[in-house]
Every structure is written in C-alpha cells, then in structure tokens.
Design a protein around this ligand. Structure first.
Ligand SMILES: CC(=O)SCCNC(=O)CCNC(=O)[C@H](O)C(C)(C)COP(=O)(O)OP(=O)(O)OC[C@H]1O[C@@H](n2cnc3c(N)ncnc32)[C@H](O)[C@@H]1OP(=O)(O)O
Ligand SMILES: CC(C)C(=O)C(=O)O
Length: 522
C-alpha cells in the first residue's frame, strides 16, 4: 500500500501568506484523517511554542487511521543527541513516529552546517539512532537528495545508508529546490531502491512546475511513500499538490492509496484548507477547482451534452466536484439547452423560445453583460423570456443624494418608491456609507414589510469593471454582485454608463432572485 504523507501543516505553513493557528491545524487533521491520509506532519516542535502547544492538543485527537508526526532536523553539530533541544522536543511530543531531515549534498554540509562530509554522516547516524533507541519509528527526509546525487552520487547514497543503518524505517528523497526534471527523479529513485533495503519516499517542490509530475514519476519508479501539501502550499512556488497527486494515483494509475469514499471528499477538503488558510481557493486547480470541469466554448458544451467524456478526463463526482456550464457570448444553443433542460425538457435547438433566448444572450453580452458569474440574472432572464415571469416588485422611482460639505465627511441618502404586486406603494428613505449602500438599505426597508425573508440576504461581493476605458469617466461599467442567504450563493449583473444604474440592476436582480428562489422552494 502506498503511504500518503501530508505536510500542509509544516512545509505548507512555510508558504508565503500561510499561517495556521493551533485550532486550524486540529480541524485540518480531522479532515485529512476522514479523507484517508496515512501520515500528517503536524509541525516543527523545535521551532516555536505554537507548534509545541499543537502537539499537546494533538494527543487527545481521536483519529480513525492517520498518524500525526512531528518534524525536526538532525542534531546541531554543537550538541550530542541527548542534549540537542530539537531532538528532545521531538521526544517530548510523545509521538511514536517522528520525521527528521538531514543533508545529502556535501555543499550543504560544508557551507551551511560548516562540518566535514564525514561529520555530516555522523550527525545523521547518531540522530536517527538516538530517536530509534528512544523507541521512535523514524522517517528520514534526505534534504536536497537529487541535487546531492547529481553532484556526488556515492556521497548522497552514503548519507542514506547512514540513516538506514541507524534504524530509519523509510528514507524520503527530497527535491528541495524543486528544480529537477521527471526523468532525473526517476533515475534517482531507481538507484536508491537498488541500493537501500528500505521503503523509499518522495518529497518534491514546484519551482520548475514539475512538483506533481516528479512525485508521480517517483511512484512509477517504485517509491512507496509520497509527500505533498494540499493546494500545493509551500515555500517559494510551493510543494507538490496532494489534491492532484491523490486522484492521479488512484484514477489514472489504479494505485489504491485511498478509498472511493475518501476520494469523494477531495474537493471539500481542499476548499476547507483554503478557507482555514484564509486564502482564495485556486479555482483553476486540477480536480478540485470550480473551473476544473467548467465548459465555456459552445462546441465543447454541445459535446459534453452528448457525452461528458468528450471533454472531461474523469467523472467530476469521483473527486466531489461537479460539471459547470458557463453562459457567455461563446455559448451556442446547446449551452442554453444544457442550462434549462431540467425545467424545459421538451425544447430543442430549433425551439423558437431557445432561439429567442440565444439571440437575447448574444445581444446582452455584446452590451457588456456577462452571465458567467451571474447565474441568477441569467435564470431571471430565462424565466422572463420563456414564462413571462412577473417580478415581485416594481420600481416607481428612486433618488440618490450625495452631499459633501467642506471639512465634513461625505453623506449619501436614497429615497425609493416601489409597488408590490397587490398594488400597494411603499415610499422609503435611508442613509448609507455610499450611494449603493443607501439604495440597498432603502430598497430593503421598502420591501421587507412584504417579504421578511429578504432580511436573510447579504451581499458577499461587489465588483465594478470599466468596459470601455477610453471613454474615461463616461465609460460603461459592469457591476457584478454576489449575494447569499446563508444557504446558497448567487451572482447578478448590471451594465450602464451610470454606475448607480448598473449597481441598481445587479442589486434588484439579487433581491428578486431570492424571492423567486423562495417561491420555488415552497
Ligand atoms: C527544506 C526544509 O524545509 S527544512 C525545514 C526548514 N524550516 C524551518 O527552518 C522552519 C523552522 N525553523 C526555525 O524555527 C529556526 O530556524 C530554528 C528554531 C530551527 C533554528 O533557529 P536558530 O537556532 O536561530 O538558527 P537559524 O534559523 O538562524 O539557522 C539555522 C541553523 O540550523 C542549522 N541546520 C540547518 N539544517 C540542519 C540540519 N539538517 N541539522 C542540524 N542543523 C541544521 C544551521 O546550520 C543553522 O545553525 P548555525 O547558526 O549554527 O549555523
Ligand atoms: C526536509 C524536507 C522534507 C523538505 O521540506 C524539503 O526538502 O523541501
């Protein structure tokens, strides 16, 4: 069985902008355990009090299968093993498996540790032996193995043999600088397997964009343990991305490293980790990004409607992801049919309704509307054209006042008049941080009496894009709003030369969609 070793919480945490709290780490460990990861590197206890603290909390975790591992280095040349603070910190965690790294490249021994090549071998041997004699299972990470092997193959192998003779359970070959190419990795792994009677692991970085490819080739060359981080977090360009490695191993190479149910949780887990890292999820990530199975070209959408295998390398559900159809000016009638087929199963490409919607879409996109991120506006447009949908409210008028008095702040106020379907007219006013906020508040004030569920809606994103920059301040703008009611997110769009009008369109679509959605649910 191939071992999966996750180092998001240690090497991933070395990535720019990534810093997990103890609580984040505990949540991530539970998610990785549910997924089926075998080893989770939790942190570097010799590095900082937060990581030491983390290992105290980790002891009480009830995990199904994952082993939580602390990470550290071989002893410092200044200390004997029994005095080395870093080795003692590893023992202090109480973990039964520990990982330490040592130098495989003579350059690092002489220029960084400032010891001789032979002294470096002794550091490795004595550190591993000390941990083994203290009852620990040791995973030995050979830092810069491939650079060292390229420079002096015999020396690099000697460092591994020192770890093996001292009792390491497994040696992990690292492409620490991330600059090696797949065939070099394959050759190195094969050479080590031929020389060392231990399971061999792989740990690669992405500095040449080869992180995942290098890990996969290593496994094909016989590596039995693969390290990586979720979402590819890690120092510089990051580590090999486990969210790509795992499905590739399981689905392409048939390596049974994770269960089918585990694999189904891949997208959810990757998103959770982005969330806890407080970083935007990379939607272009293979397998787990929302663009991974999103089709935009009209011909491609036509093909996936006929058979999804034509443009999908795997079934997205296997990794917990889903197919998405993007509506844009590059869509054809098949794209429209795919979007509406559940509600209107009897339409085909020649239905006048479909042609009308297609023509309106092309026109609207030409005017600057973009429905790719505005599914809710597209749904309302569809319902209006195909079913004569009647909106829940009708705007009779609004006025926005922006007032600036010297030495005082700027003030925005909106008044609004709307009519509900029963003919009742509501006239309200509200202040706001800016004109759009004032309009939003006045509109809600007017409508919430009729439709209390609008209180659940909040705007989660507001984006303005200038469409014809050469027109200066007279340019047309596109406003995209994302809203949520805590259960669902939806996007709406508005376009105008007037930013208030564009915002108004997107805003009203967003409230209208909530009412439409609620009416469908009841
Ligand atoms: C490839 C990797 O990702 S390996 C992991 C790298 N991760 C980190 O560095 C994050 C955690 N590191 C830390 O918190 C700190 O560097 C500490 C606490 C470990 C050490 O802090 P300091 O004692 O102040 O040392 P500093 O960071 O300045 O220098 C690193 C020291 O580690 C030594 N060192 C580097 N690799 C090894 C090794 N494999 N074995 C033993 N010592 C090592 C260096 O020689 C240097 O010691 P020196 O100053 O006596 O020459
Ligand atoms: C020491 C190892 C595991 C490492 O982080 C690397 O080589 O990148």
């Amino acid at each position: 069985m191939l071992e999966l070793y996750d180092t998001t919480l240690r090497d991933g945490n070395q990535g720019e902008g990534v810093s997990f709290s103890v609580e984040d780490k505990l949540l991530i460990i539970k998610a990785l355990d549910r997924l089926g990861i075998h080893y989770i590197e939790g942190g570097y206890p010799g590095s900082n009090p937060k990581d030491m603290e983390f290992f105290k909390g980790a002891k009480s975790l009830q995990l199904q299968q994952a082993v939580v591992v602390p990470f550290g280095s071989t002893r410092h040349p200044r200390y004997q093993p029994g005095e080395d603070p870093n080795l003692l910190a590893l023992l202090d965690t109480g973990a039964r498996t520990v990982t330490i790294f040592g130098k495989s490249w003579e350059l690092h021994a002489t220029d960084v540790l400032r010891v001789t090549a032979q002294e470096n071998i002794e550091l490795i041997e004595s550190s591993v032996r000390f941990l083994v004699e203290n009852g620990r299972e040791v995973i030995y990470d050979a830092e810069h193995f491939f650079d060292g092997y390229d420079d002096q193959p015999d020396y690099a192998l000697q460092t591994l043999k020192a770890a093996a003779q001292a009792g390491a359970r497994c040696v992990v070959l690292c492409d620490t600088n991330g600059g090696r190419l797949p065939l070099e990795i394959q050759e190195g792994v094969r050479a080590v397997i031929a020389e060392i009677g231990l399971p061999v692991g792989i740990h690669t970085h992405n500095d040449a964009g080869m992180g995942v490819a290098n890990a996969i080739l290593a496994v094909q060359a016989g590596a039995a343990h693969v390290q990586g981080t979720f979402n590819g977090y890690g120092e510089r360009c990051g580590n090999a991305n486990l969210a790509s490695i795992i499905p590739t191993l399981k689905l392409k190479l048939g390596i049974d490293c994770i269960s089918g149910e585990g694999l189904n949780q891949l997208t959810e887990t990757s998103r959770l980790i982005s969330e806890l890292a407080n970083l935007p999820h990379d939607e272009r990530q293979p397998y787990v990004g929302s663009s991974a199975f999103a089709h935009k070209g009209g011909m491609h959408i036509d093909a996936v409607r006929k058979n999804s295998r034509t443009f999908e390398h795997i079934d997205p559900e296997l990794v917990g992801n889903e197919q998405r159809i993007l509506i844009s000016d590059q869509a054809g009638k098949s794209a429209i049919l795919k979007k509406i087929e559940r509600r209107y199963p009897n339409y085909d490409k020649n239905s006048p309704e479909v042609i009308a919607l297609f023509d309106r879409l092309k026109e609207a996109e030409n005017e600057g509307y973009q429905y790719e991120a505005a599914d809710a506006s597209f749904e309302l447009l569809t319902r209006t054209l195909l079913d004569g949908y009647q909106p829940f409210f009708d705007l009779l008028g609004f006025r926005v006042i922006i007032e600036k008095v010297k030495d005082h702040g700027i003030r925005s106020e909106a008044t609004i008049k709307v009519m509900a379907p029963d003919g009742e007219v509501e006239h309200t006013a509200a202040d706001g941080d800016g004109p759009v906020n004032a309009l939003d508040s006045a509109l809600r004030k007017a409508l919430e009496r009729f439709y209390p569920s609008l209180q659940e809606v909040h705007l989660t994103d507001y984006k303005v894009r200038v469409l014809d920059t050469q027109a200066g301040t007279g340019a047309k703008v596109r406003v995209l709003i994302e809203a949520s009611d805590g259960r669902e997110y939806w996007g709406t769009v508005g376009v105008s030369e007037n930013i208030i009008q564009a915002s108004w369109e997107a805003l009203t679509d967003s409230l209208e969609y909530k009412l439409y959605k609620d009416s469908r649910e009841t």
